[in-house]
Design a protein around this ligand. Structure first.
Ligand code: SF4
Length: 364
């Protein structure tokens, strides 16, 4: 199968679902890491096609959802300074900080601009030399290479008015944090195919071995997802725990060497705060010594303040897969994509937004 449509074909989906049903005897909890996979599972009704003894748990793989409130507050403080233009991806503007969102600050007069690429922010810095341009750089391993490239280009151009506010997160340490949690009940993981396209998969076999858990690198289309679930279930039924690569049309062992080199050139691994989860050692990226002059956090010295979560938002439990969005008392009851209380309702990749759009709204 080479083309996208073949990965959405109903006949193949039905055949794979039938194989899943034939293969499963036990009760298994399978976590898809990526918010894009959550969105596809819910949107395409795959969760409803699966047998009852396979419980899909939605993981913390939505970068907007796991960006801590303290970093949003920091971005708001930067955006509120009159000589700063803060550039960001659109989803970030609606995430609630402890008092307001970037969108509300923009409405109050701050110069907050939506960009589609960090290189747009570099161009703005070139075009407006008398303003400081801060790019709010969030995301997983997938967005890190482009953000690193922006820093390299700004450095090569001698730009003194460009910096980034970085909140990058890494997938393998998050999987280990979930598996180490005493309340963990995940039996197998679908790893995010696009992350592995960049990073390869050499980090995963030791995790499989240490925690005795199957990890299946999986794509995003319905056929990808059900095939990944089938591979996971077959391993679980046999008592196996290996890495398998369902997304082999895109992913190989070593990933994209140029993208990895770009990340290594600019970043170093650090501890990182995850919204609703807490600090995870080695799960983030910060600018290394060579490029630290482009670090907005250091340039402006705005401290990280206490990380607050809205009291009745259970985003932490949702992001760790301990509760489903519909178990939240505020789901559709004061929390909706139009008026989100927590980050998982903001982003199109957030589990709460996916359930709201594709399960609840369709049934109204
Ligand atoms: S439904 Fe809203 S309040 Fe509940 S966990 Fe999701 S984002 Fe938080």
């Amino acid at each position: 199968m080479k083309y996208l449509e073949e990965y959405r074909e109903a006949r193949i989906v039905r055949e794979l679902i039938s194989k899943v049903k034939d293969s499963v005897n036990g009760e298994w909890n399978v976590m898809e890491i990526c918010g894009g996979q959550t969105h596809s599972l819910v949107k395409n009704g795959i969760i409803d096609l699966l047998p009852d003894n396979i419980n899909m748990i939605h993981g913390p793989g939505c970068p907007v959802c796991v960006t801590p409130q303290s970093i949003i507050d920091r971005a708001i403080k930067l955006a509120s300074q009159p000589d700063i233009i803060l550039c960001s991806y659109g989803d970030m503007l609606r995430i609630p900080g402890s008092e307001r969102s970037l969108l509300e600050v923009k409405a109050l007069g701050a110069d907050v601009r939506i960009v589609y690429s960090p290189l747009e922010a570099v161009q703005i810095a070139t075009d407006i030399p008398d303003k400081q341009i801060v790019f709010f750089a969030v995301g997983f391993e997938t967005t890190a290479p482009a953000n690193a490239l922006a820093v390299v280009q700004a450095s090569a151009s001698g730009l003194k008015n460009f910096s980034i506010l970085s909140s990058h997160v890494l997938v393998p340490p998050a999987i280990e944090a979930i598996l180490s949690d005493p309340d963990n009940h995940v039996d197998a993981f679908l790893a995010a195919g696009h992350v592995c396209t960049i990073m390869g998969y050499e980090e995963y076999p030791p995790i499989c071995e240490q925690y005795k858990v199957p990890i299946i690198i999986t794509g995003f289309e319905p056929v990808d997802l059900i095939q990944g679930i089938l591979m996971a279930v077959r391993q679980l039924e046999r008592g196996e725990y290996r890495l398998e690569n369902q997304y082999s049309r895109m992913v190989d062992r070593s990933g994209n060497s140029k993208a990895r080199e770009m990340i290594s050139e600019v970043y170093e691994v650090s501890e990182q705060e995850w919204r609703g989860i807490g600090r995870i050692p080695g799960s983030g990226l910060v600018l290394n010594e060579k490029y630290e002059s482009f670090d907005a956090a250091k340039r402006y010295g705005i401290p990280i303040e206490r990380n607050e979560i809205v009291s009745d938002c259970i985003a932490g439990e949702v992001l760790k897969g301990q509760k489903k969005p519909i178990e939240c008392p505020r789901f559709g009851n004061g929390c909706s994509p139009e008026s989100p209380l927590g980050a998982p309702m903001v982003s199109s990749e957030g589990a709460c937004a996916a359930y709201y759009h594709h399960r609840i709204m369709e049934s109204l």
